[in-house]
Design a protein around this ligand. Structure first.
Ligand SMILES: Cc1ncc(COP(=O)(O)O)c(C=O)c1O
Length: 406
């Protein structure tokens, strides 16, 4: 049986099985075969798969193989594998291997970036109220060390009605000559809103006109819910720094992440910790000491898996399912969807009348449906549509939410 599934998955152009009737941009893949590569709980409709990745067989096998080699001789630290991971990630985000540092997760990456940023007491870091609490805290800890300030703005009035124009205008009005970095989130885990990063980058570029290098405002993107969920090159969005855990949508091993730094601003960030790698200026940002190398090295397998699936098809499938979910919710009387359709990716945040977000999570858990809520000021109910979900699961979740709303 196992062998059958494996073969199914690999037929076609040496890649994946072809689904004969699919009609969207997500066509050409047998999503059922893709799902069978994962060890999901078959009894659960899991719409929280973005939280901490389940790993496909290929990644699990890679971890096991690197572990075997380290067990055989831990002096063999396989530096060539680190290079392969940097190359794989660089290629995936549309950047260079030298501009990638390895970090254990998004939080550490952001902390290292803000902590290492050359920041003066008369400068500030500008974030917004929808950035993740750990992103905000990373900025506060860094600013606190040098006596600088963190200012937290608001980039839209109402997420459901937010537009690119509104966000760009508010950002433009918030940046001052003292703003040393702007932090934003590619796909917000509070609202599901997908930030128009390019529009934000244009605003930051405009603010930088005529500034000296030491005053230059950097755009820092927490990209964890965009990487492998949005079909775009993270290194070409116009940001100066892109940070993301590779242990969410990319299906990388747990405890892995990346930082990409625009080489033009590499000198503006100094390492916070000793590094294991002197591969490049940016690689020095990656914290040193020995690591769970079998996890790090297997990130390359996660990238390969996604490249075979194709980023366009992956993003299209995620959007198809999230669109289906949001449309289903919109039909339910009283349910409010907070994620704007035109600015969205794989997360959908919503409210059910008469229940708090955590109550919705609990009541759906009773029906063997896993969703989540985030610990923001308003903890909306939140579901994510992964390529591992099916249209039937999405419909089932909608039906159960409809029953809750009655
Ligand atoms: C937007 C956002 N940023 C950062 C994090 C923290 O991610 P990590 O566990 O990779 O540090 C999360 C957590 O899920 C998140 O939703």
């Amino acid at each position: 049986m196992e062998g059958m599934e494996r073969r199914d998955f690999l037929v076609g152009a040496g890649l994946l099985a072809v689904a004969p009737t699919a009609s969207s941009a997500a066509q050409g893949l047998d999503w059922g075969a893709v799902r069978r590569e994962f060890r999901l709980d078959p009894a659960l409709t899991n719409m929280g798969l973005f939280y901490l990745a389940s790993n496909p067989r290929e990644v699990r096998d890679a971890v096991a193989e690197f572990q075997r080699r380290l067990d055989a001789n831990s002096h063999d630290l396989m530096p060539e594998e680190a290079q392969k991971v940097a190359e794989a990630l660089g290629q995936y985000v549309g950047g260079a291997a030298d501009d990638i540092a390895f970090v254990p997760n998004t939080t550490m990456g952001l902390s290292i970036v803000y902590g290492g940023l050359k920041l003066r007491a008369d400068q500030e870091l500008l974030l917004n109220d929808q950035d993740h609490a750990w992103h905000q805290q990373a900025a506060r800890l860094a600013a606190g060390r040098v006596g600088a300030k963190v200012r937290v703005g608001t980039l839209y009035e109402n997420p459901a009605k937010a537009t690119e124009d509104e966000i760009a205008t508010r950002l433009r009005n918030s940046i001052t000559p003292r703003t040393r970095a702007v932090g934003i989130t590619w796909v917000q885990s509070s609202t599901g809103l997908r930030m128009p990063v390019r529009a934000c980058a244009a605003v930051v570029a405009e603010a930088n006109r005529g500034r000296k290098e030491e005053d230059r405002c950097l755009l820092v993107v927490d990209g964890v819910h965009g990487l492998a969920a949005v079909d775009d090159d993270a290194a070409r969005l116009g940001a100066d720094v892109f940070v993301a855990g590779t242990h969410k949508w990319l299906f990388g091993p747990r405890g892995t992440g990346m930082v990409w730094v625009n080489p033009e601003v590499g000198d503006e960030i100094t390492p916070m910790l000793p590094s294991l790698s002197d591969r490049s200026t940016t690689a020095l940002l990656g914290p040193g000491g020995f690591h769970a190398f079998e996890q790090y090295f297997a990130v390359a397998a996660a990238v390969r898996f996604h490249q075979r699936l194709g980023r366009t098809r992956v993003a299209a499938r995620i959007a198809e399912l999230s669109g289906r979910f949001a449309a289903g919710l919109a039909e339910i009387s009283g349910v409010v969807v907070h994620t704007p359709r035109a600015l969205s990716a794989g997360l959908v945040c919503f409210d059910v009348p008469g229940s708090t977000g955590p109550e919705v999570v609990r009541r759906l858990a009773d029906k063997k449906i896993q969703i989540t809520t985030a610990s923001y000021r308003i903890p909306y109910a939140r579901a994510g549509t992964s390529i591992l979900n099916t249209p039937e699961e999405v419909d089932r979740a909608v039906r159960e939410i409809s029953a809750l709303a009655r």
